[in-house]
Design a binder for this molecule. Structure first.
Ligand SMILES: Nc1nc2c(c(=O)[nH]1)N=C([C@H](O)[C@@H](O)CO)CN2
Length: 121
C-alpha cells in the first residue's frame, strides 16, 4: 500500500505525569505514515481523491489543543483512533516524540502501528 507522510509536525499540548506539567503546554513532534492507495488521486489530479495531509495536520493540531493527557501513550492511542475514524485510514504508523523530557536524550517518545496493512505492503 502507498503512504502519505507527515514528518516532524510540531504541536503544543498539555502533557505529562508530574504536577508542574499540568499547567504548561509542551511541544510534541509527530511523524506519521498513512496507508492509502494514491492511484485515484494521481489519475484524477483531484485533492478530493487524496488523503489530504494539510487537513490531517490541522486536525492533529486541534486534537492537541483540545486534550490534556498525562501519558504520551494515551495521546498516541486516542489520536490514532481519531484519525483512522475520521479519515478512513486502514493502517497508520505514528511516532510521537517529547523533546527535552529527558535532558540527556535528544527526544523520548512512543511509536505505534494501528490497523491492517494490505498484503505485501
Ligand atoms: N512511557 C512513558 N514514560 C514517561 C512518560 C510518558 O508519557 N510515557 N512521561 C513522563 C513525564 O511526563 C516526563 O515526560 C516529564 O519529563 C515520564 N515517563
Amino acid at each position: 500500500m502507498d503512504r502519505v507522510l507527515i514528518e516532524s509536525l510540531g504541536v503544543d499540548t498539555v502533557i505529562g505525569v508530574y504536577a508542574w506539567e499540568r499547567s504548561i503546554t509542551q511541544r510534541l513532534l509527530l511523524d506519521l505514515e498513512l496507508a492509502t492507495d494514491i492511484r485515484p488521486a494521481a489519475a484524477s489530479d483531484d485533492i478530493a481523491q487524496a488523503l489530504d495531509y494539510a487537513a490531517i495536520s490541522e486536525r492533529i493540531t486541534r486534537f492537541a489543543t483540545e486534550n490534556d493527557f498525562a501519558l504520551v501513550e494515551t495521546f498516541c492511542e486516542h489520536l490514532a483512533a481519531t484519525l483512522r475514524d475520521e479519515f478512513a485510514i486502514p493502517w497508520l504508523r505514528l511516532t510521537v516524540r517529547k523533546p527535552g523530557a529527558v535532558p540527556a536524550a535528544a527526544a523520548v517518545g512512543v511509536r505505534i502501528e494501528r490497523g491492517t496493512r494490505a498484503e505485501g505492503s
